[in-house]
Design a protein around this ligand. Structure first.
Ligand code: GDP
Ligand code: MG
Length: 166
C-alpha cells in the first residue's frame, strides 16, 4: 500500500510550495495571493526508496461561500482519501480563526493529523511556535517549504511511522 498524504490548511500557508517540493511537479499553482489552486492536485514522490502519493488542496477556512465552499469541499474529500493529513499553518501570519476551525474539524473527524508550522525561515522557532500550542495538537513539524528546510526529514518520519503500523 502506498500511503496517501493530504495537505490541508487555509489558503496561502504554503501547501502548493510544499507539494512542489515533495513531488518535483509543477502541477500545483503557487501564487502570491490566496486560493489559486482550486482543485485537488495529485502527485507522487519518493523518499529513501519509499513512495507516497500527495494531495494538494485549494484551502479551507471553515467559513466559506461560493467558490471558497467548493474549495473547502475538495479539502474535505482529500482528508477522507488520505492515510496521513498534514495540517499546515503559517508562522509569519500566526494563528488565525481559520486555523482554529480546521483544527476543530480534524478533531471531530477523528483523522490522524499532524500540525506543520511553515515559513519558519528567519524566525525564532520558540516564539513562532508558542501561539500554535492552543490548537492542542501533537508536537508540530517545523519547516520552511520555500527553502526546503525540514521537508525531507518530516516525510521520512511520517513514512516510517506508517511502516511501523503495518
Ligand atoms: P497555498 O495557498 O497554501 O498553496 O500557499 P502557496 O504555496 O501558494 O504559498 C503562498 C505564499 O507563501 C507564496 O508567496 C510562497 O512563496 C510563500 N511561502 C511558501 N513557503 C514559504 C516558506 O517556507 N517561507 C516563506 N517565507 N514563504 C513561503
Ligand atoms: Mg495552493
Amino acid at each position: 500500500m502506498i500511503p496517501v498524504i493530504a495537505l490541508v490548511g487555509r489558503p496561502n500557508v504554503g501547501k502548493s510550495t510544499l507539494f512542489n517540493r515533495l513531488t518535483r511537479s509543477r502541477d500545483a499553482l503557487v501564487a502570491d495571493f490566496p486560493g489559486l489552486t482550486r482543485d485537488r492536485q495529485y502527485g507522487q514522490g519518493r523518499v529513501g526508496g519509499k513512495p507516497y502519493i500527495l494531495i494538494d488542496t485549494g484551502g479551507i477556512s471553515g467559513d466559506e461561500t461560493g467558490i471558497d465552499a467548493a474549495m473547502a469541499r475538495q479539502s474535505l474529500l482529500a482528508i477522507d482519501e488520505a492515510d496521513i493529513v498534514l495540517f499546515l499553518v503559517d508562522a509569519r501570519a500566526g494563528l488565525t480563526a481559520a486555523d482554529e476551525s480546521i483544527a476543530t474539524y480534524l478533531r471531530q473527524n477523528g483523522k490522524q493529523a499532524h500540525l506543520v508550522v511553515n515559513k519558519l525561515d528567519g524566525l525564532d522557532p520558540d516564539m513562532a511556535l508558542a501561539e500554535f500550542y492552543s490548537l492542542a495538537m501533537n508536537a508540530p513539524y517545523q519547516i520552511a517549504a520555500a527553502h526546503n528546510r525540514g521537508v525531507t526529514g518530516m516525510i521520512s518520519d511520517l513514512l516510517e511511522a506508517v511502516d511501523s503500523e503495518e
